[in-house]
Design a protein around this ligand. Structure first.
Ligand SMILES: [Zn+2]
Length: 307
């Protein structure tokens, strides 16, 4: 749990890491709410953290900033444990969640897991929502994900920034990988965050931080470099997807590893768009070798492992 200067007393951050996004628990007199729920394989830990912090109170609301597997993978487990809790999601993919259209949602394309969950309402941008007895503004924050929202509480100037701003950067700009220009949306979202002028930012990953001006300039420099070199961005994205899977699997056989790469449509889509002269096997082997070289993975003839 992180305790940063200036956070509202009703708010607790469960800092989780990279496979699971951070979770933010708000406990008010009126109701309790959890923002983002981590990855599916960590859901027992998510339930335990929430349970311990609630001290016997029920969970009333589950919210997602966006529907990536590391932010909504615990929804199903929380809905089972807290059947009275309402679940609110950003509007952009509501129809796909309702029909659980795995082709349209990102889980199958990225080769990640997310158990099916339901939702009960939407987090429409330009509205306020009461969380922990405080009125939070919902803002659209496209870029990393076209449908993402961020949450801002003006009296404490606390921002829940999801993957739009981290202390040192921001999440992969997914639409760019599919050929939808979105670096400008990342820039506009950084401008929005600057205009909100938060004192305290709770990112989707990493520690809560107060050095917002520094974080914004780091993010803008990174954005400029990536916009100049979209191939570098695509390569970085492949690396992140592989590392993410290794965090999930920890250890896997070489055969299973290659099958996962082949069965993850995102890989071949990125290869075809940015690395058309490489085969999928060659490209994935090259990226894995870079992770091994960087000390982030281990691979031999039999196994691939996280490190
Ligand atoms: Zn994300």
């Amino acid at each position: 749990m992180t305790v940063a200067a200036g956070l509202p007393a009703q708010l607790q951050v469960f800092e989780r890491g990279w496979l699971s996004s951070n979770n933010i628990l708000l406990v008010g007199d009126q109701e309790t709410a959890l923002v983002d729920t981590g990855y599916a394989s960590h859901s027992d830990q998510t339930l335990a953290l929430v349970e311990a912090a609630l001290g016997g109170r029920p969970l009333d609301l589950v919210l997602n900033t966006h529907l990536h597997s590391d932010h909504c993978g615990g929804n199903a487990a929380l809905q089972r444990r807290h059947p009275m809790a309402r679940t609110l999601i950003p509007p952009g993919e509501a129809a796909q969640v309702r029909s659980w259209n795995e082709e349209a949602l990102s889980f199958r394309a990225t080769g990640q897991q997310c158990p099916r969950f339901r939702f009960d309402g939407l987090l429409a941008p330009a509205q306020d929502i009461a969380l922990g007895d405080l009125a939070w503004q919902v803002h659209a924050a496209p870029g990393h994900d076209p449908h993402s929202i961020i949450l801002f509480e003006p009296s404490s100037r606390t921002l829940i920034s999801a993957d739009a701003l981290w202390e040192s950067g921001f999440g992969i700009v997914f639409p760019e990988l599919a050929g939808e220009p979105s670096f400008d949306e990342v820039a506009a979202t950084l401008d929005l965050i600057e205009a909100l002028d938060p004192i305290c930012v709770i990112p989707g990953h990493g520690s809560t931080f107060n050095e917002v001006t520094t974080a914004l300039s780091v993010a803008r420099r990174r954005l400029e470099a990536l916009s100049r070199d979209p191939v570098r961005h695509a390569r970085h994205a492949l690396k992140v997807l592989i590392k993410f899977k290794l965090l999930e699997l920890q250890t896997t056989s070489v055969g299973e590893w290659k099958a996962w790469v082949r069965n993850t449509p995102y890989f071949d889509a990125i290869r075809a768009r940015f690395f058309a002269s490489s085969s999928l096997d060659a490209l994935s082997a090259e990226i894995l070798a870079e992770l091994v070289e960087a000390g982030a993975a281990f691979a031999d003839d039999a196994q691939v492992r996280n490190r």
